[in-house]
Design a binder for this molecule. Structure first.
Ligand code: SIN
Ligand code: FE2
Length: 219
């Protein structure tokens, strides 16, 4: 058993409470649990209209994380770069509507973390499988850094890396579980973050998958 597995702990997995990651960043343990079934139903509806796909980075790499979007704006990447689009490039149609439960959870979670008045207009849905990873990056394609990022974890656990303002800064390793919500904004809005390669630890509801729903104010 490697150090990554050990991080997940056992039956003492925290189901509630808050863990500070920085001055304006926090993990709300289990905050999305009451809404988990509705969130997953929402993901199914979104993915039926705008399927998950593995996009290519400007550097020519195919992402191991598959993604789709909902809401007014959707984040995409291709050879030309990262950007927000009103339409799904696969279909040419507007991204599916953001399910009300996504919007509601994001507003409540943001307020709980000290960001009242958050109104997301973009929702990125990421799907991870064993081995999927997200290298360290900053969320900086949004027009408005004044709004926080609200990130909801469902399914298999993952190790979230939360760094500083420089890529080389030391990172905290934060295990994230089904139902956890991470919020970062304000002075922490541009901190580097990523996800370590997922271990296969099948989840009762989602099997060998992890879904991350990230809500932002992009436009
Ligand atoms: C992201 O940075 O877009 C996703 C983070 C996560 O999957 O927890
Ligand atoms: Fe991100």
């Amino acid at each position: 058993m490697g150090p990554t597995l050990d991080l997940f702990g056992g039956d003492d997995t925290p189901q509630a409470g808050r863990e500070s990651l920085g001055a304006q960043s926090v993990v709300l343990r289990g905050y999305a649990l009451p809404d988990a079934a509705a969130l997953l139903a929402g993901v199914q509806i979104v993915a039926a209209q705008a399927p998950f796909r593995n996009m290519v980075t400007p550097g020519g790499y195919t992402m191991s994380v598959a993604l789709t979007n909902c809401g007014r704006l959707g984040w995409t990447t291709d050879a030309q770069g990262y950007r927000y689009n009103r339409n799904d490039p696969l279909s040419g149609l507007p991204w599916p509507d953001m399910p009300a439960v996504f919007d509601d959870l994001a507003r409540r979670g943001a307020a709980e973390a000290g960001f009242p008045g958050f109104a997301p207009d973009a929702c990125l849905v990421n799907r991870y499988e064993p081995g999927s990873r997200l290298s360290l990056h900053q969320d900086k394609d949004e027009r408005d850094y004044g709004s926080p990022i609200v990130s909801v974890s469902l399914g298999m656990p993952a190790v979230f890396l939360f760094g500083g303002h420089e890529r080389a800064d030391k990172t905290q390793r934060v295990p994230l579980f089904h139902g956890d919500v991470v919020v970062w904004g304000g002075v922490d809005r541009l901190r580097f973050h990523g996800v370590l390669p997922l271990k296969d630890r099948p989840h009762p509801l989602l099997g060998s998958r992890r879904i991350n729903i990230t809500l932002r104010r992009a436009g």
